[in-house]
Design a protein around this ligand. Structure first.
Ligand SMILES: [Zn+2]
Length: 327
């Protein structure tokens, strides 16, 4: 595959799939495929391309559909999410395809979906909503802006994240499982009410496979998807055994509870070391970064750095790192 190095970003080492043959879907909604085994079992959904520049999920979904795998139990739904954004994919300028009008993963509150507002993303979300809300289990496949070890976003503490952590532990991938605090700018798909209710067994997880365009992100996406489908018994282990990669099995799990975000207060922001993410700062009070005149220190022992920004360009107000407690 040709390597393209866009300006001011990470290299693009993977090639976006041609998914035009999947456009028609079989549900009446473009790019939504649903397979009913005819046997009792859960309704399981996998989504790729929530962000149009996060192509690893689309690669493995296209592969899965092309292989012709069908569910042995229950119902399997596969959706390519933000097609309008993905249609703008340009490896020489990969940032432009993240979304069209607004972030597709901030539009999922009932209040916003039912409002009279409109955007390309809201329009698509309203079409996908019946599939999301009838899913018992959801895997949403993402990747990250900066190179970072994969992590599973299990949702907001107290809002369904415990059951998502339990499910993720069974998958054995990735090592790092994260409780987070959500985003003030809007709800994610994994935060739909049935998933966010701790008393409802329906569960959603969001995998961040690694940097958007690294080859390893595709491997992580494939393994996570297959293990998720096997765990939910939609696909048998035997059916996909030759595609499983034991080397990606996590030896243990690191469960991290994000408590706060560090926001740049100054254009003079610098980390004390070139952190890559998921480092553990052992002692409370140890320095992490200079934020203008302030020193950002570890708020507790075993502070984990989540997604530190290594970008040379940021604005005041940009989240530079999230801090989490190792549990
Ligand atoms: Zn994403």
């Amino acid at each position: 595959m040709n390597q393209v190095t866009p300006i001011n970003t990470n290299p693009v080492d993977i090639q976006a799939p041609d998914i035009t043959r999947w456009q028609a879907g079989n549900t009446g909604v473009d790019f939504v495929w649903q397979f009913d085994s005819g046997k009792p079992g859960p309704n399981v959904m996998v989504q790729s391309l929530t962000h149009g520049n996060e192509i690893c999920g689309a690669i493995v979904m296209e592969w899965f559909l092309s292989q012709g795998f069908k569910p042995q139990k229950g119902v399997l739904t596969m959706t390519f999410g933000n097609l309008a954004a993905f249609a703008r994919w340009d490896p020489a300028n990969p940032g432009i395809s993240r979304y069209t009008d607004e972030d597709f993963n901030r539009v999922w509150s009932d209040e916003y979906l039912k409002s009279n507002k409109n955007s390309a993303e809201l329009e698509r979300a309203r079409l996908l909503l019946p599939f999301v809300d009838s899913a018992d289990y959801l895997l949403d496949i993402h990747s990250m802006h900066e190179p970072c070890a994969p992590l599973m976003v299990c949702g907001v503490t107290g809002e369904g994240a415990d059951k998502a952590v339990e499910l993720s532990k069974r998958l054995g991938i990735p090592e790092c499982l994260m409780y987070d605090t959500g985003h003030p700018s809007g709800k994610r798909m994994i935060e739909r009410p049935h998933f966010a209710d701790p008393n409802n067994p329906k569960t959603a997880i969001l995998i961040e496979c690694g940097q958007h365009w690294e080859k390893s992100s595709v491997d992580v996406a494939r393994q996570t998807m297959l293990r998720f489908l096997i765990d939910r018994e939609v696909i048998s282990h035997e059916a996909v055994a030759s595609h499983l990669n034991a080397s990606l099995q996590a030896k243990s799990h690191k469960v991290v509870k994000v408590t706060e975000a560090v926001v740049a207060k100054s254009s003079e922001f610098s980390f004390v070391q070139p952190f890559k993410g998921l480092e553990v700062i052992p002692k409370k009070g140890d320095p992490i970064a200079k934020n203008g005149d302030e020193t950002v220190v570890a708020p507790y022992d075993n502070t984990v750095l989540v997604m530190p920004s290594v970008s040379k360009q940021w604005k005041i107000g940009t989240t530079m790192v999230r801090l989490g407690q190792l549990m």
